[in-house]
Design a protein around this ligand. Sequence first.
Ligand code: FE2
Length: 309
Amino acid sequence: MAIRGVLRIGEVAVRVLDLEAAVRHYGQHIGLHEVMREKDKAYFKAWDEHDHHSVVIREADSAGLDYFAYKVYDDATLTELEGKIKAHGLAVERIAAGVYPKSGRRIQFELPGGHLMQLYAEKAQIGNSMPTRNPGVLPDEGIIRGMGATRLDHVLLAGPNVTETTQFFIEVLNFDLGEELIDNDSGMQLGTFLCCSNKPHDIAFVLREERGKFHHMSFYLDSVQDVYHAGDIMGKHNISVDVGPTRHGITRGATIYFYDPSGNRNEVFSGGYIHYPDRPHLTWDTTQLGHAAFAIDNQPRPSFFNVVT
Ligand SMILES: [Fe+2]
């Protein structure tokens, strides 16, 4: 197995205005499993994730991102990355094991775009409800609950200094640049899509003046048919839809964007290509902005570019 270093997104923590409404949305509607509750927080996992939780929602006066965390291969990797991040010039805060529930020690730093990022190597694993010996293919209760999200897949974050952040992910965290969207006149990077695994992106950034803004968190579904099933759930429960179903030019995923009851954007998607580190990165420019974003009708949506939390 070649994937070492940073493995995947492990946790995203967002603020919501009404905890119970959000629990209904992320639990019953998206289909995540609630695994723990604290006074003002609820913790969720997608059914096929083994770690204790991946989504944390916290009741607060405003929506948006508290922090996000990526899981690294082991503790030695965490130590190595801490040195590299400091050498790159970012201040690193150490967070002891247990401060975040079910979690080993973490390091935390602020990205050039104003987002709080954490890395950790250990989190309690509670499994996906199937045994690891002769697991079968279906959990007892079946896969499809709500939209049937199988995993938290990636986040897209909005803020300034996209190129600086992208360089940090490439040079320090060893991500590959999968795709980029550039301004056709200036060549400036407006959006970057970065890979640490075989996925067409593991994280993405878009340029925006305000610091630390949250564009969306995305959940993977098994098939394009499941994307339409998710759309049926949205219609049935009057969930506010932003765009879709359609397909992205960038990453080629079949997608629907929608909002949680507090206005945080969510995505469900399926498909896309396999990334390998020797794959040339792809560049889109603003002459093809609509096709890059939504490759069926080629229409860039103002809401998609303007609404963040
Ligand atoms: Fe996405």
